[in-house]
Design a protein around this ligand. Structure first.
Ligand SMILES: Cc1cc2nc3c(=O)[nH]c(=O)nc-3n(C[C@H](O)[C@H](O)[C@H](O)COP(=O)(O)O)c2cc1C
Length: 184
């Protein structure tokens, strides 16, 4: 039997995709934000969106430079994920505090990527919409890279060995589980 759940917690029933670290930059400052609200929204042209709270420094940086990088961490980076998700770039240099390594992007000029991540997507901003207390940043992926041994390039899916992180809410996380092929 189902039980009523407070409607303000309904979003916890739809776990978003794997958790990502979004890098952004403005002038000579680089920042990292932990982000679980990310969604692909179009095949052609290819589109990805992220939802960032208006008050976050990362929102300010992305609005200013019109670009960001989606970096994909695995579970070995959970401590860094928590730090970047609980401390603001207004108070800390998150690259310095976490020891994550800046890597020059292939296509973007301003924003660095994170070397330790198992995948990266360099994104150009295509639109911004206000949605409650968040901005929805719509983007076009301009370039992406993924760790060879962890991705099935024939079927374009992560392999089971990729320890992707999923945020269930609050202090609860899970990892990529069993990957099964189902004939359609
Ligand atoms: C697991 C986790 C997931 C998060 N997901 C999001 C998200 O999708 N969007 C968002 O705006 N903030 C999210 N946050 C909160 C921000 O990461 C956090 O407030 C961060 O300190 C903001 O950094 P900034 O001010 O340097 O941009 C998340 C935090 C955690 C711990």
């Amino acid at each position: 039997m189902r039980k009523e759940l407070n409607k303000n917690r309904a979003y916890r029933l739809v776990t978003s995709g794997n958790l990502v670290l979004v890098t952004s930059s403005y002038k000579d400052r680089d920042n990292i934000i932990t982000c679980s609200w990310q969604i692909p929204f179009s095949h052609s042209p290819s589109g990805l969106l992220i939802a960032l709270a208006k008050r976050h420094l990362s929102s300010e940086f992305v609005r200013k430079t019109q670009e960001f990088v989606i970096n994909i961490p695995d579970f070995s980076l959970i401590k860094e994920v928590i730090f970047c998700g609980t401390c603001s770039g207004r108070d800390y240099d998150k690259f310095k505090e976490t020891n994550l390594t800046k890597e020059k992007a292939k296509v973007l000029v301003k924003t660095p990527r994170i070397k330790e991540c198992i995948g990266v997507i360099e994104c150009g901003l295509s639109d911004i919409k206000e949605a409650g207390d968040h901005y929805i940043f719509f983007s076009e992926p301009l370039y992406s890279e993924v760790e060879e041994g962890l991705f099935d390039f024939e079927n374009f899916v992560w392999k089971e060995s990729a320890d992707l992180i999923f945020h269930l809410g609050g202090e609860f996380f899970s990892c990529l589980g069993k990957v099964e092929k189902v004939i359609l």
